[in-house]
Design a protein around this ligand. Structure first.
Ligand code: AKG
Length: 371
């Protein structure tokens, strides 16, 4: 499948440039420029000096301010043993090295206590849990609405370019252990960092075969009152989730095995690396694969807010689905050693997103089952 490798190169030559860097703009673009140079070609950019006028840039650095503003608000905190929510982990109750897709335990509690847990988890607290506020159901406009005046309700030049207001606005508060595994979303994403730094690895949708998307059994963490610890259980009834198999930061012990299992990722073109600092916005185009880590500020937390705008389900989306439906020999012949997972076809990959469409998530939350 030389043609697919040629496609990877061609996209880099024609659209992304060979620098391996995300283009940086020193100030927000006009709507027309944003549309022409970035949204239409599905190309990321990093915008400096984008939010310096937001009160959040100064006030959110103070825990006291946040805890006072949200003193009576109940928020959703995602708990895992390691900071990796919605990620592949060894499946429970098996002697083999099978993997499963683990969703976090969602704990609802008053914000001041949630913040305390996020900060204490950074020091591997006694309960052995890591907390990450990363509820993805438009939480900034619901759970965190008391902070609304500290940011803009939307990004004006992006809304004008995209011809709509955001479908969802979400707040993320994590510590140095919080990590988000490779996935893609069906949204145009304007990701604004307020405190600390976020480190993105980005791959264009044309690199889909390099992600080794496979079906994994769904599992979730629950909280055991007896042991006071999180417990991983497979979902019942059983279901599978299509997910990217690649961990871009393998440990020294597993590195060689990972490289031989996922050669298209490790031996192919490098992902774009992009660090987003306080006051900057990353435009993360729809369907791009992304992996996210973070460096906290001096108070130990990273805070970001992102605006998800509906993407156009146009010819690009159709091309992407077509590409995904093509089996790439070195992926489709391989099976993950020690897993019972199979490569995903285009039908399931189409829904490979960290989050369900907002309408579904909101509905699920109302029913008390969703995130
Ligand atoms: O900040 C993170 O941990 C993940 C962000 C993300 O995946 C997104 O905005 O789609």
């Amino acid at each position: 499948m030389k043609e697919v490798e040629t496609l990877w190169e061609e996209v880099r030559e024609l659209s992304l440039g060979k620098s391996g860097r995300v283009e940086r703009l020193e100030s927000p673009p006009t709507p027309l420029r944003f549309l022409r140079e970035f949204v239409s070609p599905n190309k990321p950019c990093l915008i400096s000096n984008a939010t310096l006028h937001w009160p959040a840039l100064s006030s959110w650095s103070h825990d006291d301010y946040l805890s006072r503003a949200l003193s009576n608000d109940v928020v959703s905190l995602h708990l895992t043993p390691n900071g990796r929510a919605d990620a592949l982990v060894p499946a429970p109750s098996t002697s083999s090295s099978s993997l499963c897709f683990a969703s976090p335990y969602v704990h609802r509690l008053l914000f001041p206590e949630a913040l305390r847990l996020i900060l204490s988890c950074g020091n591997a607290n006694s309960s052995g849990t890591v907390a990450y506020a990363q509820q993805q159901n438009d939480c900034f406009r619901s759970e965190y609405s008391a902070l609304a005046a500290d940011c803009e309700p939307h990004i004006p030049w992006a809304s004008q370019a995209l011809g709509c207001l955001p479908e969802a606005v979400n707040l993320w508060i994590g510590n140095h252990l919080s990590e988000t595994s490779f996935h893609k979303d069906h949204y145009e994403n304007l990701y604004a960092v307020v405190c600390g730094q976020k480190h993105f690895l980005l791959l264009p949708p044309t690199d889909v075969h390099r992600m080794y998307i496979r079906q994994y059994p769904a599992a979730h963490y629950s909280f055991s009152q007896d042991s006071g610890q999180l417990k991983l259980e497979l979902d019942n009834p059983a279901r599978n989730v299509p997910w990217c198999s690649v961990n871009p930061y393998p440990s020294p012990e597993t590195k060689d095995a990972e490289i031989s299992q996922f050669p298209l990722y490790f031996n192919g073109p490098k992902p774009l690396e992009c660090t987003v600092k306080a006051g900057e916005i990353l435009y993360l185009p729809s369907m791009w694969f992304h992996h996210v880590k973070q460096t906290p500020d001096s108070s130990g937390r990273t805070i970001a807010i992102n605006y998800w705008y509906d993407m156009q389900f146009d010819i690009k989306y159709a091309y992407f689905n077509f590409l995904q439906s093509i089996s790439y020999p070195s992926t489709c012949n391989l099976k993950l050693a020690g897993t019972e997972c199979e490569d995903s076809g285009s039908d399931v990959c189409a829904c490979l997103s960290k989050y369900a469409p907002v309408a579904d998530v909101v509905k699920m939350s109302k029913d008390g089952e969703g995130e």
